[in-house]
Design a protein around this ligand. Structure first.
Ligand code: FES
Length: 268
């Protein structure tokens, strides 16, 4: 059990928790996630580590209150304890050249540590951040610190350019911007659209998947995704996979399998 030492509402229904977890903070690498429970007997959900401070022994997690567990987590206060388990394979951090790091919605909090790691590895990192509207744009300051240029888009045009992250990426591709790698985290349709855009250009594209997880030990198979025709387990082999090889149709179907139950629980 780890103690919540700071709680901040970054935007409506988007909460950041700073959790005291010295061992996790010491070991965590960009791209890894933690399994978090809001109740002892409750559902476990994967949340990417948005930041960590090995000296203070803390990790940051950010989530949007959209399901039962995230709503319960959002009700927790500073001083409360939350079970947390470090998991996942770290992102590949090496020198690729020019890397475009794309974060959609809360996904930007997962992109930020990877963007920072890539910057430290000597890459030229360009950031693209997208949100529905201005008040939902988060981690702008953090992303600016990790990139040489940051482009922001909102669906309603209330901040940055009016459009999706894919509109910004498309324009960069059409004007011939040299890109060696794209790393994208956000809603499934966004990651699929980014992968479809870069495929004809042959630009390697990594996406961080967030399928349903149950035991998170590689035993239950709940988090399976098909990548290049092969079944992979996101909890132990992910969350990063080659976006050009992910079967997004199958994944989208699996993501919707518990929608009815989730709605019922939320209405209880
Ligand atoms: Fe059970 Fe990954 S969550 S195998």
């Amino acid at each position: 059990m780890f103690k919540i030492i700071e709680k901040t509402e970054l935007a409506p229904k988007i909460v950041k928790l700073v959790i005291e977890a010295p061992q996790v903070a010491k070991k965590a690498l960009p791209g890894q996630f933690v399994m978090v429970m809001a109740q002892e007997e409750g559902e476990r959900i994967p949340l990417t580590i948005a930041g960590c401070d090995a000296v203070k022994g803390t990790i940051d997690i950010v989530f949007m209150e959209i399901g039962k567990t995230t709503v319960l987590l959002g009700k927790m206060r500073e001083g409360d304890f939350v079970p947390t388990l470090l998991l996942g394979t770290p992102s590949r951090i090496e020198k690729f050249g020019t890397v475009v790091c794309i974060g959609g919605g809360v996904g930007v909090t997962a992109v930020y540590p990877v963007a920072m790691g890539l910057k430290k590895a000597g890459n030229l990192v360009i950031g693209i951040v997208g949100a529905r509207k201005k008040e939902l744009v988060i981690f702008e300051k953090e992303m600016k610190s990790a990139t040489i240029a940051l482009k922001i888009g909102t669906d309603d045009g209330s901040y940055g350019i009016k459009g999706f992250v894919t509109d910004i990426l498309k324009e960069m591709l059409e004007v011939g911007t040299h890109i060696d790698l794209v790393y994208a985290v956000g809603p499934l349709p966004m990651m699929r659209a980014v992968s479809n855009l870069t495929k004809p250009y042959g630009i390697k594209t990594l996406v961080s998947l967030n399928p349903i997880m149950v035991d998170a030990t590689g035993m239950c198979g709940a988090c399976r995704v098909t990548v290049g025709g092969v079944t992979r387990l996101c909890c132990v082999e992910g969350p990063d996979f080659d976006g050009h090889l992910v079967d997004f149709d199958e994944l989208a179907k699996r993501q919707k399998s518990y929608l009815k139950e989730e709605k019922e629980i939320m209405n209880m």
